[in-house]
Structure formats: C-alpha cells, structure tokens
Design a protein around this ligand. Structure first.
Ligand code: ADP
Length: 619
C-alpha cells in the first residue's frame, strides 16, 4: 500500500502555523468546529439518501460519536455522514478554498494577539484541531464507495494520504498535546460538547462510563452509550424555551463566525405558507462583503431536512450579511436553485425576511446599532435602490456625519435632523464630498454655518448614487447644497438676473465655455467664489463610479458663483487692466475647483498665474 506525502497549500500552512503558535485563548472551540463539520456531513448524506436510500442502508441511524482514551491520550470525533473520497480529502484538508483568503492573509500583522482575533473572524474549521493535537488522523469513507482513506498530519508542512479500512463517514482522531490532556476526560468533554452541540439535530453520543477508564471498552461500548445533547434542531423548539446562549451557538455553527451575533429574529409562520425562519445579524463584516459573487444566503431545510447552504434567493442582495436558517414545509425536498429562483413562495418568504431583518435592526439601540452601522451601513444603502417596498424603513436606518456632530462617525439619522430643523426650514440639506475634512471645509457650508442650519455630510463612494433614489423624508425635500440656486429665505430668484449683472458678464467673458453661467452667490460668507452643479448634473463622485464601470459620462459645466462682498471680488470689480482681471478670475475659478476637492485641468497654468500675482505683490 502506498503512502503519498503532500505539501499543504501556502495559505493552509500559514493558517496551521498560526493555529499552533498563536495560542488561542479559548482552545476548546476546536470541538465545536469538528462537531459542526460532522453534523454538516450528516446533513449532506441525509439529503442524498432521500433519492438513494441504499447509501445509508449499512448504518441508518445517524449519530456523532465522541471517544477518548486517557492512556493513549487520544480523542476521536466520528460521524456516519457523507465522508470523503481520497481526492476530496486531499483537496479539502490540504487547501483553504474560502473566498477572502488572500485578503485575510494580507491583514495578518504578526502580532499574536491581534492575529488570533482575526483567525476568529476568518473561521478556522478543521485546522483548529491542531491547537490541541500534535498529530491528527482522519479516516474516512465516502457513502456509496468501498475505498477508505487515511489522512495524517503533524500540522507542519505536509500530510500523508493512504488507503485504509474505514466505516462510512469520517473519524477524526486527535493525539492530544501534553498540555491538552483535559480533552481526554469524560466530565470536561461532556461539558464542552453540551455547550457547543446542544442545538445540533443529530445525537452526539459518548461512552456512559463517566471516569473514562473503560478497561473493557470493547464490550461495554455499544451498550453503555449516552446521548449528551438534546438532538432536536433548535429552531423547531419554541422561542420561550431557547436560551440566548443556544441561539449564539447555533449562529456560530451556521456562520462559522467565532463572535456572538449582534441580534437575531426567530419566527414560525403558519397559514398559506408554513415555514420557520431564524435570521442573525453578525457583529462583524466578512472579508468578502464587497464581492457580489461570494456565497451568501441562508441554510435551507425542508421539513427539518437540510437541503442546501447559501440559499441566496431568500434574502435581497443588500442584506447579504445576514446569516440564518429557513425551514419550509411547502417546498419539495428535491428543490433546486433553479426552482428557488422561480418559486413564488420563495419570493414571499424573501419579502417577509427582509421586513423582519429591517425590523430587527430598527430595534437595535445605542452602541449595538452604531456597531452595526459602522460594519454594514454602506451595504444597507444599496437597499434604497434595490428594495423600493422597504425604502421608508431603510431610510430610518441611515446614519450620516453632520455639521452638528463632531468626529468621524456617522451617527445622525434623518429623524435626528428633522427634530433639529429650524422654524420655517422645509428642506433637509446635505453635502457630498470625498472625505470629511473636505466636506467640513467646503465653501458651500458658509451660509449654513452663518445661519445655524444643519447640513448632513456624505462622504462614502456610493452616496451620490443612492441619494438619487431619495427625494424626501417625512415630507421634507432633500437638497444637495452644491446644486442649483440656493434660496434659503424662499424669496425666489434674486433681483440681479445673471445676464444683466455687469461683473458677472465680464467674468463670463473670461471663463467662456468653462462654465454654464456666472452669478452672484447667496451661499458664501468667507470665500470669494464657488462652483455649483446644475440640479440634474452628474457630480464628481458619480462620474468616477460611472467611468470606473466603463460608461461614458456626458460633460456638464458648473455654474460659477461669486461673493459680491468679498474684498477680492470688490478689487476685481474695480480692476481696469483686462489681462490682470482675466488672471484673477482664472485663479478664483481654479481655487473654487480646488475647494471642491477636484484636480485642476492645468495645474501648471494655475501655479504660474499665482506666482506672477505674488511677484507683483512683493515687488
Ligand atoms: P469549512 O467547514 O468551513 O468548509 P473546514 O476546514 O472545517 O472548513 O473543512 C473543510 C472541508 O472539509 C469541509 O468543507 C468539508 O468538505 C470537509 N470536511 C471536514 N470535516 C468533514 C467531515 N467530518 N465529513 C466530511 N467532510 C468533512
């Protein structure tokens, strides 16, 4: 019989190294990971046996068995689930096939404590066995095949693979490290297993012999077994009976997350459609949140039988961070992804889940909601465009930076804004900029500051795009302060029609085709000039988004607004030398572009002009 030696994929090796060397403070979680894998393997076989019951004929009672031997210092977790072929073992226990793997490894710092945290977020799965074992053996046989395989590794660079006698399913044997002998003690094991596997719908059995010294283990084994979990799928129980800790454990099983969820909602629906849903909001965003292709969605069960992971049809795309379970009584057991796509019942469940998630979010308070917003706020904004039916509820969940709020955080809601509005104010004002400091320094805020009117500051890259979908909140129109003519007093257009204004005309003659129009500003108190977009022009942010996606963007020209009371503008008005007038106007125009955070079309030209003005000043 040949023993084949193989190297781990680089990332797998790195992960193993981390597992072994950065002492994870909570080592017992390896059991959760292994039991979770075992339970998934049983779910998969149960599903396959629906169409081919010969697969389980040899051993029809599903169970996960925990065995230990204090003398030999071993612990084994054995399931009679789907098992793996030789090729599958090599692939699945030699590489990491998770999306976001590359990003994850880039984020590692080399600092053990920080990295241990990151590992938690990434989800370590099977490899966590090496936290407590200096050698791991996996003996497995795929259901429906006769060839078993044994995989062995010390968690260093390589593993070996050879053919072996094996029962159906997978048996993972850990050779415990000297400092991990506690995991060969019955009492300790039972406590840990109960803690992590109570929600699993498969019996987890252990030898009943509580001292674990089973001399006659061989004979006693079969008879003296004890089921140590409740072995009913958690979501089938009634809410009032389920403890928070149990929900949290189920979440970790479903999501592969190490942290507790932020919130959850568990519901049984009866009537025309019958289903149970349990949705969780994670505390932290996964690495691949922005990859729209990443697997997402819920675990789908039909009448308690596991059907598939990542059933994405049950949640809209903007709620892709939600994890959970749907257990339907109406769908057929042989349901496929294609059928899910078409099935009207699925669409109904998706709408209900979206409402439920939004409702759960709306009930999060204080730090919890802030934590949610910081992780997922930008994804939620997509819902404004995607989910027309729930737009109102989503709008209530949005948070922004604001002129009334210090710091970087986005903590102001539309309702907060409305509550602070001034007498007679009928609009919600906002400004879009590339970053917060550019926003706070924008000349467009000057008149608002002077009058004490709050302005929301939007700085995320999709803000301009998503704001095109919102027109009002609570009956108050939304107004971008950099667009159109500003009319804070509601008096209509100022008397000075731009074409009749001599100074405006003179400036327009200089700027010519670079601007749409030139007019006196009602926006400015300190700056000499600013650029204003037309009501329907495409802004800088949207322009970049569109260009990045390869679309051609129609050109639009800004309106140039000047502050007639500014000393520079007064000087300008009295400037008789047309060349000098022209230079000054161009400098003001370029400065106004800079103040918008835009780059100049000809920076060299700007520098030359400013320098020659400086020279005149210093002469
Ligand atoms: P994850 O469970 O997150 O996919 P793991 O590293 O824990 O990652 O496991 C990798 C893969 O190995 C699993 O996706 C599964 O295909 C396979 N595997 C692990 N444990 C078992 C098991 N007990 N039975 C069958 N397959 C398993």
């Amino acid at each position: 019989m040949t023993i084949e030696t193989r190297g781990f994929q680089t990332e797998a090796r790195q992960l193993l190294h981390l597992m072994i060397h950065s002492l994870y403070s909570n080592r017992e979680i390896f059991l959760r990971e292994l039991i979770s894998n075992a339970s998934d393997a049983i779910d998969k076989l149960r599903f396959e046996s629906l169409t081919d019951d010969t697969l389980i004929a040899d051993d029809p009672e599903f169970r996960i068995r925990i065995e230990f031997d204090a003398d030999a210092k071993t612990l084994a977790i054995a399931d009679n689930g789907i098992g793996m072929t030789r090729a599958e073992v090599t692939e699945q226990l030699g590489t990491i096939a998770k999306s976001g793997t590359a990003e994850f490894f880039e984020r590692l710092t080399g600092d053990q404590r920080q990295d241990a945290q990151l590992i938690g977020q990434f989800g370590v799965g099977f490899y966590s066995a090496f936290m407590v074992a200096d050698e791991v053996e996996v003996v497995t046989r795929k259901a429906g095949t006769d060839e078993g395989t044994c995989w062995k590794s010390k968690g260093e660079d390589e593993f070996t693979i050879e053919a072996a006698e094996a029962d159906r399913g997978t048996r993972v044997v850990l050779h415990l490290k000297p400092d991990a002998q506690e995991f060969a003690e019955s009492f300790r094991l039972k406590t840990v297993v109960r803690k992590y596997s109570d929600h699993i719908g498969v019996p987890v059995v252990m030898p009943a012999d509580s001292d674990g010294e089973g001399e006659d283990a061989e004979d006693a084994e079969a008879a003296a077994e004890e089921v140590i979990n409740s072995a009913t799928a958690l979501w089938t129980r009634s809410r009032s009976e389920i403890k928070d800790d149990e929900y949290k454990e189920l979440y970790k099983h479903v999501s592969h997350d190490f942290e507790d969820p932020l919130a959850w909602s568990h519901n049984r629906v009866e009537g025309r459609l019958e289903y149970t849903s349990l949705v969780f909001v994670p505390r932290r965003a996964p690495f691949d949140l922005w990859n729209r292709e990443s697997p997402r969605g819920v675990k789908l069960y039909v009448q308690r039988v596991f059907i598939m992971d990542d059933a994405e049809q049950f949640l809209p795309l903007y709620l892709r961070f939600v994890r959970g379970i749907v257990d339907s009584n109406d769908l057929p057991l042989n349901v496929s992804r294609e059928i899910l796509q078409e099935d009207p019942a699925v669409a109904t469940i998706r709408n209900a889940l979206a409402k439920r998630v939004l409702d759960t979010l709306s009930r999060l308070k204080g730090d919890d909601y802030d934590a949610f917003w910081d992780e997922f706020g930008q994804v939620l904004k997509e819902g404004i465009a995607e989910d027309f039916a729930n737009r109102e509820s989503i709008m209530k969940l949005l948070r922004f930076s604001s002129t009334e709020q210090d710091g970087e955080e986005q903590r102001t809601s539309f309702s907060d804004y409305v509550a602070r509005m001034q007498e007679g104010q009928d609009r919600i004002y906002y400004l879009i900029a590339d970053n917060l400091s550019a926003a706070r320094q924008s000349p467009h805020l000057e008149v608002f500051r002077q009058r004490g009117i709050e302005v929301l500051l939007l700085t995320e890259r999709i803000d301009e795009w998503f704001m095109t979908f919102v027109n009002e909140f609570d009956g108050k129109a939304l107004q971008d302060v950099t667009r159109g003519e500003l009319d804070l007093d509601g008096e209509g257009k100022p008397e000075d029609e731009s074409d009749e204004d001599a100074l405006a005309k003179r400036i327009k003659d200089v700027l010519e085709s670079r601007v749409e129009s030139v007019r006196r500003s009602t926006r400015l108190t300190d700056s000499p000039a600013c650029l204003v977009l037309g009501e329907h022009d495409i802004g800088a942010q949207m322009r970049r988004l569109m260009e990045a996606s390869g679309q051609s963007v129609p050109d639009s020209k800004p309106h140039f607004e000047f502050n007639p009371d500014h000393p520079l503008v007064l000087k300008l008005d009295s400037e008789a030398d047309e060349d000098r007038f022209g230079d000054l106007v161009k400098v003001l125009f370029d400065q106004a572009s800079l103040a918008e955070g835009q780059s100049l079309s000809d920076p060299g030209d700007y520098v030359r002009r400013v320098n020659s003005l400086l020279l005149e000043l210093l002469a």
